[in-house]
Ligand binder design. Structure first.
Ligand code: SF4
Ligand code: SF4
Length: 99
């Protein structure tokens, strides 16, 4: 089964405190990326969510991309197309998996 992330973006949608960010993740990000895309709750860090999706997600006309792909945190890297996390995210967004 082929999954095209650029027409999907499903795993970048979620609730507040959806993706935890560690100190190691933070080190990979530039200062502007940290300011734009990371939020703090108590002493824990998360990706900032805006309108139900990660603030770093660029979504336009059914085309999706990550504004900090090279510096995305570890949990994002673990979601491989076709993985259980991917399928769950797609199901949550009610996307068809027949492509
Ligand atoms: S990993 Fe899966 S859920 Fe995430 S963008 Fe790619 S196809 Fe969509
Ligand atoms: S950092 Fe990139 S890959 Fe991770 S949730 Fe945000 S937009 Fe998606």
């Amino acid at each position: 089964m082929h999954f095209d992330c650029q027409t999907c973006g499903a795993c970048c949608y979620g609730p507040e405190e959806y993706v935890a960010v560690t100190a190691v993740d933070l080190c990979r990000m530039s200062t502007p990326q940290q300011a734009r895309y990371v939020s703090k709750t108590g002493d824990r860090l998360f990706l900032k969510m805006v309108h139900g999706h990660c603030a770093a997600l660029h979504a336009r006309q059914d085309h999706f991309s990550c504004r900090m792909y090279g510096a995305r945190p570890q949990p994002c890297k673990l979601v491989e197309p076709g993985s259980r996390e991917c399928l769950t995210a797609r199901q949550r967004r009610r996307m068809s998996d027949v492509d």
